[in-house]
Design a protein. Structure first.
Length: 175
């Protein structure tokens, strides 16, 4: 059984879901047990959820399609698809960042939250390969997305951690 904090949706994700087109298609990357996919489904979105191991995502709601795929070693399973929203929490695979940006519809929202340098003093993850450098999420969005909000800070809840958070929109092409 997962700890209660691992079942509750992230406050950052909760804060920005209203920016996603109502009823739109949303991708939950590295979905784990599906805490965000379930939230998005309750809010009326059509949800795709992907993870390398989907065994902990039991009984997905009807408007959630769960896909098992190794998005680090295999091909991107959503080639050619565009989403109104993409949610990523507690996951970092740097080569995927431009793929996620390119997978947003014009007007689509990227909501990203993961661990940053400095987290090693609080525990895992502590490997620099899994910790964002200062401003790294901002750099991934630069010139491609309009940043709505960004944080690079230490939080106490649900446990002490150094994190970066980004909410950004892919702007529609100019008329």
């Amino acid at each position: 059984m997962l700890p209660h904090s691992e079942l509750e949706p992230s406050d950052w994700v909760l804060r920005w879901t209203s920016w996603i087109r109502p009823g739109g298609a949303v991708l939950d990357v590295a979905c784990g047990a599906g805490r965000h996919a379930r939230l998005l489904a309750r809010l009326g979105f059509e949800v795709d959820a992907v993870d390398r191991d989907v065994s902990s995502f039991t009984d997905p709601p009807p408007n959630v399609r769960v896909r098992q795929a190794d998005i680090e070693a295999g091909p991107w399973p959503y080639a050619g698809r565009r989403f109104d929203g993409i949610v990523v929490t507690h996951y970092l695979h740097r080569p995927l960042l431009p793929v996620l940006v390119d997978s947003l519809e014009p007007g689509g929202i990227l909501v990203y939250e993961t661990f940053a340098r400095g987290n090693e003093r609080f525990g895992k993850p502590s490997n620099p390969a899994f910790l964002l450098a200062p401003g790294e999420l901002l750099e991934a969005a630069r010139g491609k997305l309009r940043v709505i909000a960004f944080e690079d800070r230490v939080v106490d809840d649900p446990r002490p951690a150094a994190i970066q958070r980004l909410c950004a929109r892919r702007e529609p092409p100019s008329a």
